[in-house]
Design a protein around this ligand. Sequence first.
Ligand code: NAD
Ligand code: LMR
Length: 328
Amino acid sequence: MTTKAPVHITLTGAAGQIGYSTLFRIASGEMLGKDQPIVLRLLEIDAALQALEGVAMELDDCSFPLLADIVTTSDLKTAFDGTSWALLVGSIPRKAGMERGDLLKTNGGIFGPQGKAINDHAGSEVRVVVVGNPCNTNCLIARTNAPDVPAERFFAMTRLDQNRGEALLAKRSGAPVAEVKQVGIWGNHSATQFPDFENATIGGKPAQEVIGDEEWLQGDFLKTVQQRGAAIIAARGSSSAASAGSALIDSVKSIVNPTAPGDFASLAVVSRGEYGIPEGLQFGFPVISDGSSWKIVEGLEHSDFAKEKIKVTTDELLAEREEIKDLL
Ligand code: NAD
Ligand code: LMR
């Protein structure tokens, strides 16, 4: 029996497909550890509360020893009251033929009120991970509406792109995926992101040397990671859910656990001007954590090719920020 006090975890959009594929893993202890009791605070819109009750019933029916309580609500104050983790998933996913940025008008408005509710009601140590797309700019909106919460507590999810890049490099090289490290995702979780193969390693050696095919890295590798979300939508008819939930759990673990030597974690965090990225953008960087605080990996080198790609994704984030400046 564990003696730890329960940690409150809020997940928004909890009756949606990511909610359904993630909550059971969180409740089983995969995110915060097998000795950490939790309370789930689940937020939905009124129209989905009945479906959410069904999810809560199934969570009960699993008899998870770590699950101390479940709160279901459509009220922001109740959802974020005293919470330590705000996992902001709830929003509309894109359909085939759309870019994630096309969702900004529909989804952007969700994140201001949620940021404010986090500011006013969450626990003093709250950390926020935004999944709902376009996640970088939605995170910027939430962060700006929560001025009392340190900006360093806000993260947008680029981990799914890292995981996709690792899987591709593993397949191409024939190495186990566990040997692929330091795949940093730079910029926006969008088709302009730069999955940095230049600093990646496979079995401790530079990925460029192991793969030995620069044309593939700059071409198919890059495009496949950038377009993977659209490829999943084309194949499944709906956007990624289980892999997104898995990346969400990986994201939280990478914040609360020290990063293994020789590895990075991809997270979109507030820019303080590192690598010349404009201050204040919620920008995908490679990050390392010591378990309580994190920092952007320093001293990485980029070719002119990489610098050009990073400029394109930076410009896109600046344009998104301009588009929603009324929400900041
Ligand atoms: P979904 O439609 O299955 O579920 C979304 C849920 O959010 C629905 O149940 C809906 O009722 C709820 N919701 C809508 N507005 C809400 C609000 N204001 N407050 C609370 N709940 C609200 O969608 P999904 O597949 O779970 O995807 C959710 C979001 O995650 C989408 O925006 C999607 O594009 C994004 N996503 C991001 C990544 C990433 O890597 N960052 C990966 C996959 C999906
Ligand atoms: C993904 O990368 O799978 C998600 O962001 C969903 C999407 O719209 O592509």
